[in-house]
Design a protein around this ligand. Sequence first.
Ligand code: HEC
Length: 107
Amino acid sequence: MKKSIIFLSVCVLLMMSAAARAGESQKISGENAFKEHCAACHPDGGNIVNPQKTLHKKDREANKVKTAADIIGKMRNPGPGMSQFDKKTVSDEEAGAIANYILKTFK
Ligand code: HEC
């Protein structure tokens, strides 16, 4: 009887620590990552290098950058004047958070 209680509490502890870890990965903030990696050239969603290619919906769509995948594609394989962000600099998870932040922020 005692043993099974110990076993059960170990199970509960393991589950709790797994849940805590899952919670952590969701804490990646698209906004913070954007400020860290992108805002230097794209302040407020603009573009100080090429003013025709801002992150606002109208420009993005005119340049065929419409979905989160398109935005991640730009980071991995940017056009002239933009720095490249490989998976070591910006993980897929972080890139996705940045893309969603751009889509919901710069309309
Ligand atoms: C060194 C300056 C610089 C940095 C840093 C930078 N960009 Fe850019 N970005 C540019 C330039 C220049 C272009 C236009 C490139 C082209 O002609 O395709 C651009 C274009 C884009 C576009 C396409 C916009 C459009 O209307 O076609 C997206 C999306 C974008 N950047 C996202 C990002 C993200 C996300 C980051 C951060 C992870 C980032 N950029 C960091 C300079 C920069």
